[in-house]
Structures are given as structure tokens and as C-alpha cells.
Design a protein around this ligand. Structure first.
Ligand SMILES: NC(=O)c1ccc[n+]([C@@H]2O[C@H](COP(=O)([O-])OP(=O)(O)OC[C@H]3O[C@@H](n4cnc5c(N)ncnc54)[C@H](O)[C@@H]3O)[C@@H](O)[C@H]2O)c1
Ligand SMILES: [Fe+2]
Length: 397
């Protein structure tokens, strides 16, 4: 057995850590939404959902629960799988016209990101793109309530987007997807109820589940000292490895759905530390071709793992242990991930989901402007990113 040394440089340096929002977890907790709104003095929330969710039962359930608690509400549903800046503008207009005092963002990552982006800009009056993660975020906030109260409710498992204010939005002028945030904005509540995911179809359960796993893998691989995130990453991998097949193959298993939604939540915490090249490439593919985020990531994963993992021997060992793999070597880890992708019927290349081969140079250049590019454990050159992108399009595993 190999012995790895304590990292003196990490343990003897100063660090700043943040941790996420108040969270209510448990099967059936959704029914408490009226009480939570009253506790937070919310009287007229705007419910933000994605355009594919209008007919899903939990949306009418939410309106009924609010109305039972004598709380007015309205719905904004013009959010696409990769939320666009013009859709955020539309949501702000509806928020103002309806005199809303809060946002309930319910659904997958797209609905939650849409709601979060609206909450950043609607009251503060600060233009949306001033919140871009890489830029210096605006500090001179006007008024006493620059950000309306925000409740996040995930219904996929998932993006972990419920844990923080960060929102991925497509800049329609640039055809690129960027991360928005503000350090003083954050949901007042993440309401995490596994019952909401019971009807998530098998393909979306697999795609969003793999996204959650990749958050843990990429977050854990970021070379920063953040033990809160790292502990979350390993527990996320532990839960996901025990729950994902079960959630796909026995969709009514509430225990598996619980394992997945908590695993996803912890994956969201893990990537407070950062992400990596899987997400950098995937964000730009999503911005141009509106592909599903989790599926796109799942296809890109093997190519990036082949590139990143050889230098991450100790981390691979710990991730393998967390996932109950018997082979703790780098090759063993890659093989286990590939077997998982096969079993979950993930296509072999992005060309199978409508991404043409000739876009690879453009996508690679854009990926290098994504914040996740700089967080990758290995500094990739443009040629290397081009190669990884082309491989992901043609044959990633
Ligand atoms: N902010 C973050 O931290 C973060 C992290 C990862 C991903 N994201 C973003 O999240 C988005 C992807 O989110 P996603 O993977 O959850 O997919 P999604 O939000 O696009 O949802 C996919 C589909 O699932 C449907 N759906 C959602 N819940 C359902 C349920 N319980 N039953 C049946 N159908 C349901 C939706 O209507 C939608 O059609 C991307 O835009 C991505 O960039 C954000
Ligand atoms: Fe993701």
C-alpha cells in the first residue's frame, strides 16, 4: 500500500472558505413551502421554471400549496436548457410588472440558474454581465434590498445549483456561456425533497446523475486546499456510486432518489472550489448547440480523464475508494468510469448528439475563456484543448 504525505504547504498557509445556504432536506418537505415563505415574509413570489416543465405536476402542486397558505404567485417559464440573457431580461420584466417580492426557482439547473440570474439583476439595477465571475463583481450595491429573496428547489439530481448563487447564462451576442454570481447574494433556502425526482425519466436521471458525479470528480481534482469541498466530493461520490444505477433501473426507489439528490447537493458544494476541462468544453458546446449539459459532460468525460488523471494518482486512489472500486489505479478508475457510461447508454461522441466535427477549433478557443479552464489540474495548451474537443466529438472512449 502506498503512503502519501501530509501537504505542509496547504496546512501551513492561510485560507478563506465559504459554505452554502440553509437547507431543508427530506421526502415530503416540499409541502412545507407555504410555512417557509411565511417565515421569510415572502408574500408574492415569482415562480421561475424552464419551458419544458410547464405540465409537470409539481408546478401546479407548488401553486396550490402557496395558495393554501394565502400566498399570491405567478409563473415565468421562458427559460431554455441553456438559459439565455434575453430570457433573463424577460423574467425581470415579469417580476417588476407583477410587483413580486421573491423568486422560487424550481426545476433542473436551467430553471434554478434562470431564477438566480433574475434575482441578481432585477432589483440591483446592475446589468447582468457585470456579475460575470471572471470580472470584478460590482460592490456598490444600492438600496436596502438589492437581491430579492430566493428559494431554490431542485427536481433533477443533478446540478447542485440549489446550493449557491452561481448561474450559467448564455451571452447571445458572443455565443458563449458564462458564470454569474455575487458574494453577497445567496438563496435563503434550498428545499431538497427527493420525492420531486421520482418521475424523472431514466435518460435524464442518468445524464443529470453523471453531471453530479463529474462535479465531485472535477471539484476534487482542482489543486486548491479546501477540505470542506473535498470531504463533500468524496461523500458525493460514495452516495452516487451506491444510488445511480438503482435510481435509473428502479425509478420508484425513494432511497436511491435520496442518495442521488444528496450526492448531487454535495457535488454542488464540491465545485465551490472549481471545475475543469470537462465543464469548460461542455459550456461552449451547450451555448452553441443547446445540448443537454449532463449528457454533454458525460460524453466529454473520458477524453479529459485520459488527459488529467495520470498526474492525480493519490486523488484517484481516494476517489476509487469512495466509489467502492476494487482497482485503485488510474487505469482502473478510467475503466470503471467507461463501464458506467456504457451501462448508462451514453453515446461515444458529441457527433451523435448533433455537434459537427468542423466546430472543434472554435469551441476549443472559446473553452479557454471559461473560468473552469483555468481551474483544471493541468494547464492545457490550445492544441491540447483542440485535440480533446475533436476527440470528444469523434470518439471519446
Ligand atoms: N449553477 C450551477 O451550479 C450549475 C451546475 C451545473 C449545471 N448548471 C446548469 O444547469 C443546466 C442543466 O440542468 P439539468 O441537468 O438539471 O437539466 P434541465 O434543467 O435542462 O432539465 C432537463 C429537463 O428535465 C425536465 N425535468 C426537470 N425535473 C423533472 C422531473 N422531476 N421530472 C420530469 N422532468 C423533469 C425539465 O423540464 C427539462 O426539460 C444547464 O444550463 C447547466 O449549465 C448549473
Ligand atoms: Fe455540471
Amino acid at each position: 500500500m502506498q503512503n502519501f504525505k501530509l501537504n505542509e504547504q496547504d496546512l501551513l498557509s492561510n485560507q478563506d472558505w465559504t459554505f452554502p445556504t440553509f437547507t431543508a432536506y427530506g421526502p415530503g418537505r416540499f409541502k412545507e413551502i407555504g410555512t417557509f415563505c411565511k417565515n421569510f415574509k415572502i408574500t408574492n413570489p415569482l415562480i421561475v421554471i424552464d419551458s419544458g416543465s410547464t405540465k409537470l405536476p409539481f408546478i401546479s402542486d407548488l401553486q396550490n400549496l402557496l395558495s393554501d397558505a394565502k400566498i399570491k404567485s405567478n409563473i415565468y417559464s421562458n427559460i431554455s436548457p441553456n438559459p439565455r440573457d434575453d430570457e433573463i431580461d424577460g423574467g425581470c420584466k415579469v417580476f417588476k410588472e407583477g410587483n413580486h417580492d421573491a423568486i422560487i426557482a424550481i426545476g433542473g439547473g436551467s430553471a434554478m440558474d434562470g431564477g438566480k440570474a433574475i434575482s441578481l439583476t432585477v432589483n440591483s439595477g446592475i446589468p447582468l454581465w457585470d456579475f460575470e465571475f471572471l470580472d470584478k463583481v460590482p460592490r456598490d450595491l444600492k438600496g436596502t434590498n438589492p437581491f430579492p429573496k430566493l428559494i431554490t428547489i431542485p427536481t433533477t439530481a443533478g446540478t447542485g445549483a440549489e446550493t449557491e448563487i452561481t448561474a450559467m447564462v448564455t451571452d447571445t451576442k458572443k455565443g458563449m456561456k458564462f458564470c454569474l454570481w455575487h458574494p453577497e447574494a445567496r438563496p435563503c433556502l434550498a428545499l431538497v425533497d427527493p420525492e420531486l425526482t421520482l418521475k424523472l425519466p431514466a435518460n435524464l436521471t442518468a445524464w443529470t446523475g453523471i453531471d453530479a458525479m463529474i462535479h465531485a470528480i472535477e471539484g476534487y481534482s482542482v489543486p486548491l486546499f479546501h477540505p470542506l469541498c473535498d470531504g463533500s466530493a468524496l461523500e458525493s461520490l460514495n452516495l452516487i456510486s451506491k444510488s445511480l444505477y438503482l435510481a435509473v433501473e428502479e425509478p420508484d426507489s425513494l432511497v436511491a432518489r435520496g442518495g442521488m439528490i444528496v450526492g448531487s447537493y454535495l457535488g454542488g458544494v464540491a465545485f465551490l472550489k472549481g471545475l475543469g476541462l470537462v465543464h469548460a468544453i461542455s459550456h461552449m458546446v451547450g451555448a452553441e448547440y443547446n445540448t443537454h449539459h449532463g449528457l454533454t459532460n458525460a460524453i466529454i468525460l473520458p477524453a479529459v480523464m485520459e488527459y488529467n488523471l495520470p498526474d492525480l494518482e493519490e486523488k484517484v486512489k481516494r476517489m476509487s475508494e469512495a466509489m467502492q472500486f476494487t482497482d485503485h489505479s488510474v487505469d482502473g478508475f478510467k475503466n470503471n468510469l467507461n463501464q458506467m457510461l456504457d451501462r448508462l447508454k451514453i453515446p461515444n461522441g458529441l457527433n451523435e448528439i448533433g455537434v459537427p466535427e468542423d466546430c472543434y477549433e472554435r469551441i476549443a478557443k472559446k473553452s479557454m475563456l471559461d473560468q473552469a479552464y483555468g481551474q483544471n489540474p493541468k494547464k492545457a495548451t490550445l492544441d491540447e484543448v483542440k485535440e480533446l474537443t475533436l476527440k470528444s466529438i469523434k470518439k471519446a472512449r
